[in-house]
Ligand binder design. Structure first.
Ligand code: ARG
Length: 577
């Protein structure tokens, strides 16, 4: 159910009946309940166009618009707004349908093929907090797009190639020669990287060997390739450990690392040369981008091949664009990285479009996000100033949740507590990230994210268990409920309106890749439920059976939506906590 879309179609019809075609049909949520739930705001613009008074136009629209079923009251307000008060009976029927529908009343969208490039850690190093946001937000976006009926292709564009692998492979080779097995040698990638770097900087002859390895790797030397595979394999398993803990849906099949494009790089550059999109400049192949000129009018410089012949991050992204648009036939490509890469993707899009690597109707959407900051307002670091490993951060979240739960009177046994702590701890970290507008920086704070109050995972998980315990007390399963929803009380009305906003909000998230919109929706829903629960008694003995069942049915729909919403966000629910 999409009330907004429904109202737009009714008003469009009314305008068409009035002989007005192609006019915008602005319908918005009302700011205050006394103005109803929605407003039609089109009369003012039409008045200018038709040279009539806005209120006269509004009156004419009212004559034509068919809303007898949906609205209990329509009124003209202010300069010419039409306020729409939704009817209780209509809301009740819509909620009933949503409750009986396996999709909670959310219809599928016109299906598109959507590539989502997310997580994409660099395999030379351990996954660190810098990859938390892309992984969590990306996974929520793919789950939601899939739910809306799209064909989603996950692309984990891992950094598995580049000159730093020469140094790493030379170091690995030495360790293996000393009879170490790869898993042990690479058990801590941070340490391994640091050791290799020290040798590269200080040890006589090592840098030359590292460079030799790069050449051998690039020329397809068999032994070197095996060593590289070994390294990549162990490194991927480190990432997989994180994905598992995070309950993230990425698998090995979704990996399409930088190295996968190796064979495409030369043809990409050749094509760019042939189309005169790049020119030689001091031995390098360069695209000049006048669209992104600086203040003095100098075009931006975008290098696709270095003077020594080497390729860059940019070349690989052009190859990826060509593959996704051409082979995967992506209608949309979403790429989630931190905001510092925004310029790179802008440049890539301009150059790639000029080259015809994408069709005009295919979109290239870089979805940037801000940084995760420590309480000092600086980029999040360990106490000693190092980068925080994701695995350790997640383990700490679970430990902290366990401590908090131990202080509460949960009535759970040890095993149950452990499971609840895992769901709450991981959920808290994920939700803290998801609930912020991704474009801004955010401060990582254990206390707020683990709080049972406010817009947090524990609050929503708790709200969900409240509904579950309500059903336990009523001794009826939500699915076994045979009730007709009726809306009588003001709080029931408000809750029903909220419950019917789900599709609208999901569509916004699908369009903008902004899971925080869904978080706000769920938070509002839980808050509406709490107010309803206080104002409308359910299990008290003097409540008539029909009223009790209707209210239970509303509660069941609340639980259903909370569960669905949290599931799309990748957050687990529980029955008790
Ligand atoms: N590996 C990169 C990083 O860690 C992110 C890759 C994003 N995707 C892309 N197509 N460039 O910063």
């Amino acid at each position: 159910m999409n009330i907004h879309a429904l109202l737009i179609s009714r008003f469009s019809q009314a305008l068409a009946d009035m002989g007005i075609a192609d006019a915008p049909v602005p319908v918005a949520r009302s700011g205050r309940p006394e103005f109803g739930e929605y407003q039609f705001n089109g009369a003012m613009a039409l008045a200018k166009k038709l040279k009539q008074k806005p209120r006269d136009i509004a009156a004419k629209v009212l004559e034509h618009v068919k809303l007898d079923d949906m609205a209990s009251k329509l009124e003209i307000a202010g300069p010419g707004f039409i306020n729409i008060h939704l009817a209780d009976e209509w809301l009740a029927t819509a909620c009933q349908q949503a409750l009986e529908d396996t999709r909670s009343g959310v219809s599928e969208q016109d299906p598109k093929t959507i590539v989502v490039d997310y997580s994409s850690p660099n395999l030379a190093k351990e996954m660190h907090v810098g990859h938390l946001r892309t992984t969590i937000i990306g996974d929520a976006v793919v789950k939601l797009l899939e739910f809306l009926g799209h064909k989603v292709i996950r692309q984990n564009h891992m950094g598995d190639w580049g000159t730093q692998f020469g140094m790493l492979l030379a170091h690995l080779s030495d360790k293996l020669n000393k009879n170490q097995v790869a898993e042990t040698a690479l058990s801590d990638l941070e340490d391994f990287y640091r050791e290799a770097k020290v040798r590269f900087d200080e040890e006589e002859g090592f840098a030359d060997r590292a460079r030799e390895y790069v050449v051998r790797l690039q020329s397809g030397d068999q032994q070197c390739a095996e060593l590289w595979h070994l390294f990549i394999d162990v490194s991927i398993s480190h990432s997989e450990e994180v994905y598992k803990k995070l309950n993230v849906s990425l698998t090995r099949a979704d990996i399409m690392g930088e190295s996968a494009y190796n064979d495409d790089l030369a043809p990409v550059v050749a094509e760019l040369k042939e189309k005169n999109i790049v020119v030689e400049d001091q031995g390098a192949q360069v695209a000049f981008i006048p669209e992104l000129a600086d203040k003095e009018g100098n075009p931006a410089v975008y290098i696709v091949q270095k003077s020594g012949g080497g390729y860059l991050y940019a070349t690989t992204d052009l190859a990826a664009m060509r593959y996704r648009s051409g082979k995967l036939k992506a209608d949309r490509t979403l790429i989630l990285t931190d905001a510092r890469q925004a310029l790179h993707f802008k440049q890539t899009e301009i150059v790639g479009r000029k080259a015809g690597f994408m069709q005009p109707e295919q979109t290239y959407e870089h979805c940037p996000f801000g940084m995760m900051l420590g309480s000092d307002g600086k980029p999040f670091k360990t106490r000693s100033g190092g980068t925080v490993k994701l695995v350790e951060l997640l383990d700490e979240a679970v430990e902290r949740a366990a401590k908090l739960l131990a202080e509460r009177d949960t009535g759970l046994d040890i095993d149950e507590l452990k499971e609840v702590a895992r769901k709450v701890g991981i959920g808290a970290v994920k939700y803290a990230d998801l609930s912020k507008n991704r474009t801004t920086d955010y401060v990582f704070n254990w206390d707020t994210m683990l709080s049972f109050e406010g817009n947090t995972a524990p609050y929503l998980q708790y709200a969900y268990t409240r509904v579950q315990s309500l059903f336990r007390k009523a001794e009826v399963a939500p699915t076994a409920l045979q009730a007709r929803i009726s809306i009588e009380h003001e709080q029931e009305h408000a809750l029903a309106v909220q419950l019917l906003q789900l599709e609208e909000q999901l569509n916004v998230v699908a369009r903008d890749a902004t899971p925080h919109v869904l978080c706000s929706y769920l938070y509002d829903l839980a808050s509406h439920f709490m107010s309803f629960y206080e104002a409308c008694p359910i299990l008290k003995s003097d409540v008539p059976a029909a009223t009790r069942d209707s209210r239970l049915a509303l509660a069941a729909l609340v639980a259903k939506e909370l569960r669905l919403g949290l599931e799309l966000l990748g957050i687990e629910t529980l029955d008790k906590m």
